[in-house]
Design a protein around this ligand. Structure first.
Ligand SMILES: NC(=O)c1ccc[n+]([C@@H]2O[C@H](COP(=O)([O-])OP(=O)(O)OC[C@H]3O[C@@H](n4cnc5c(N)ncnc54)[C@H](O)[C@@H]3O)[C@@H](O)[C@H]2O)c1
Length: 317
């Protein structure tokens, strides 16, 4: 049994990691300031984990949080492109400063490995598909810059101090517990919940833009492999499904799963939206033994079911 620290453990992806680690009999400590994460995400597991309510920007809090830890799965961040455009300074403080705090503390505490949640957004303006890890990143938002800076810090800590780090570039993660309410909500939870509530929903542009939508279960699997796979310290991996769907296809599939045609309209394209994103996941397959066990369509069915159960518990829509 090993002690894992999950930063951002009350968030969407973090809480799935917490759940799976506990299911596997590991010890879990969560560091979260609940800025975008929710207590309800970890409440059912509260008795079985250690919670440090605090901020990764605090050097002292982070030092306390890494004490005795073997593996860190670093999910804590402000994870939104539009938010970073509105407030690049705070995004940088949390995503870059917080990551540096954590790496510095992890090195001093003798942590075995830090797995860092990076993002496909680092590829940015590079329009080549599929995306390969050796392509030159061309970030086009403060968020993407912050995620790429975190990667560079991870690699420098590996090279300079011998701290093992692994960077995972997640592609458009979706699944249960993803927040449909936030001003920066991702497309799938917003549409799944909106269609069930018969709301009119606006697709950005003509909807032909495609993404490698990745079910959260695959991301959990990738993190757990990356924490312990031998000989991958200092490396970067794409974590995705390796297949893409257009926004129109996803919206149509969600409507079908919800048993309605949906009320979908098209609006203007979103500034800075790349037309297509698709990952080459061969490196993760070879080096981590990663396989995306759940494809996007199976994942969408689980999301719709999750919202149906949630709404029926809450007595709505
Ligand atoms: N969801 C995606 O599609 C996606 C894609 C690429 C990368 N990522 C990365 O995955 C990670 C998790 O994202 P998510 O989608 O679960 O988002 P989320 O907002 O649900 O989770 C982020 C968590 O970090 C916590 N947090 C934020 N600032 C903090 C701070 N200063 N101190 C302590 N905790 C703090 C939040 O409260 C939240 O619980 C992030 O690092 C994000 O950049 C997500």
């Amino acid at each position: 049994m090993a002690l894992y620290l999950i930063t951002g453990g009350a968030g969407f992806i973090g809480s799935h990691l917490v759940e799976e680690l506990l299911r596997r009999g590991q010890q879990v400590r969560v560091l979260d300031n609940f800025s975008t994460g929710k207590r309800e995400n970890i409440d059912p597991l509260r008795e079985r984990l250690e919670l440090i309510e605090g901020d990764i920007r605090s050097y002292h809090t982070v030092r306390q949080a890494v004490h005795g830890v073997e593996y860190i799965l670093h999910q804590g961040a402000l994870p939104s492109v539009p938010r970073s455009i509105n407030d690049p300074i705070t995004t940088n403080e949390v995503n870059v400063g917080g990551t540096l705090n954590l790496l510095d503390a992890a090195r001093d505490a003798g942590v075995k490995r830090v797995v860092y949640a990076s993002s496909s957004s680092v590829y940015g303006a590079n329009t080549q598909v599929p995306k390969r890890e050796d392509m030159t990143p061309q970030p086009i938002s403060p968020y993407a810059v912050s995620k790429l800076s975190g990667e560079h810090y991870c690699q420098v800590f590996s090279r300079t101090y011998g701290l093992e780090t692994v960077c995972l570039r997640y592609f458009n993660v979706f699944g249960p517990r993803q927040d449909p309410q936030s001003a920066y909500a991702a497309f799938i939870p917003k549409f799944a919940s909106g269609i069930l509530r018969h709301q009119e929903l606006t697709i950005d542009g003509d909807g032909s833009q495609s993404r490698d939508f990745t079910f959260v279960r695959n991301v959990v699997e990738a993190n757990l492999l990356a924490a312990t796979a031998p000989g991958v310290g200092g490396e970067v991996f794409n974590i995705a499904c390796g297949a893409s769907l257009s926004v129109n296809e996803v919206a149509a599939h969600l409507a079908q799963l919800c048993g309605t045609t949906g009320r979908l309209v098209h609006g203007p394209s979103r500034a800075g939206d790349v037309p297509h994103s698709l990952a080459d996941i061969s490196r993760a397959k070879e080096r981590l033994g990663y396989e995306p066990g759940v494809d996007a369509r199976q994942g969408l069915a689980q999301v719709v079911q999750w919202f149906q159960e949630k709404f029926s518990r809450e007595g709505r829509p």
